[in-house]
Write a protein that binds this ligand. Structure first.
Ligand code: NAD
Ligand code: MG
Length: 355
């Protein structure tokens, strides 16, 4: 097992990552709690809920299972979970365990952030993407008018990452999460970038390096968040690849491309713009070839309209008064924020689509 400490503004917490941790959760929890509520989704529950329950002895345990999928991050599901907390008499000394991917973490974390003005919760990530969502303390649900619009900053008291659970993760979910590992590599760890993009994700052998890749990704996210918890400065760098990524996701229609797949194309574009505007030397051809081999849907962009994508990028939360602020790279490991004018962005995107 490997460990990492994360220092949030009002407390520190540990990320523990290793094989089989779901069997030892009980002995790893640092504090005594009056009551434990495990929140998970319908796909993860039949796989891992019993193991986690078995490991917890002596404390009253309740479980809530909600239907898997992004649509669960809704007001109505949030209310149902609060009702379950009240009906099961959770108090301020109770603990919530979020067992699952980013959806479970965001939703259960927001319940923990708001129930009785905030109670403790533990993140138990079970997807690759959740290496990103389980640290940093952002928790949220969606509003019908936009994603993650209702939320809070509430850090977990612990993150327990059992990498064995990733063995059941569907391949396209593994691929999706890997885009964020590669993003973290681009931001602060060129070796991680090169190592990850030299491997085949479909290969069994990936399980041998997964723990190392996840830990490095978490360390990068953690160090950025530690310096800027509330996103007033460098936390914005974590949006590398997300300006076009978010535009692709919403333009293609949520569910048609995964978040990570869209981010992967966004990363390529950020590299392309970095090359054109900063004369940065970027491994664009390598990344393109690798993404293609792993089956990322690189042709999705050709079906999307440039001006609609640019319109969406202008509405991105980093953009101000119609100008688009993009995270670019001076070189691998050196992000910068740069304003790109609409006309320039349109031209760059058109050329990028052709190349
Ligand atoms: P997810 O939680 O929906 O998981 C993807 C799918 O895999 C689901 O169907 C789930 O049931 C299933 N699954 C999970 N673990 C499994 C396992 N071990 N074996 C088999 N199936 C498994 O999605 P995700 O990609 O993990 O997370 C996406 C969410 O994370 C989004 O809502 C996004 O907004 C959020 N997010 C939050 C932050 C943050 O900082 N809070 C950062 C990034 C993303
Ligand atoms: Mg992301």
């Amino acid at each position: 097992m490997k460990e990492l400490s994360i220092h949030a503004s009002n407390h520190s917490y540990k990320v523990q990552i290793g094989k089989g941790l779901r069997h030892t959760v009980g002995s790893m929890i640092a504090k005594d709690y009056s009551h434990v509520m495990i929140i998970t989704d319908s796909q993860v529950a039949p796989l891992y809920l019993e193991d986690v329950k078995h490991s917890l002895t002596g404390t009253p345990i309740d479980t809530v299972i909600f239907p898997a999928g992004e649509q669960a991050k809704s007001m109505s599901q949030y209310e149902e979970l609060l009702t379950a907390c009240i009906e099961n008499s959770l108090d301020r000394k109770s603990l919530i365990i979020a067992l699952g991917g980013g959806v479970v973490g965001d939703l259960a974390g927001f319940v923990a952030a708001t129930y009785m003005r905030g109670i403790d919760y533990i993140q138990m990530p079970t997807t690759v993407l959740a290496h990103d969502s389980s640290v940093g303390g952002k928790v949220a649900i969606n509003h019908p008018l936009g994603k993650n619009l209702i939320g809070s900053f509430h850090s977990p008291v612990q993150v327990l990452y059992d990498v064995e659970t990733l063995q059941t993760l569907p391949y396209h979910e593994l691929r999706s999460g890997y885009a964020e590992i590669i993003k973290h590599g681009c931001l602060d760890d060129p070796d991680l970038f090169h190592d990850a993009t030299s491997r085949s994700l479909a290969d069994e052998a990936i399980t041998e390096v997964l723990e190392d890749h996840l830990l490095k990704g978490i360390a990068i996210k953690a160090s950025v968040v530690e310096q800027d918890e509330k996103e007033t400065g460098i936390r914005k760098y974590l949006n590398l690849g997300h300006t076009l990524g978010h535009a692709i996701e919403s333009e293609a229609g949520y569910g048609h491309v995964t978040h990570g797949e869209a981010v992967a194309i966004g990363l390529l574009f950020a590299m392309y713009v970095s090359k054109e505007k900063l004369e940065a030397s970027m491994p664009i051809a390598n990344l393109y070839a690798w993404l293609g081999k792993q089956g990322y849907p690189l042709n999705v962009l050709t079906h999307l309209d440039t001006s609609s994508l640019v319109d969406r990028m202008k509405k991105d939360k980093k953009s101000t008064s119609g100008k688009v602020n993009m995270v670019l790279l001076e070189e691998l490991g050196k992000p910068v924020m740069m304003e790109v004018k609409e006309t320039e962005l349109t031209e760059l995107l058109n050329r990028f689509k052709e190349e």
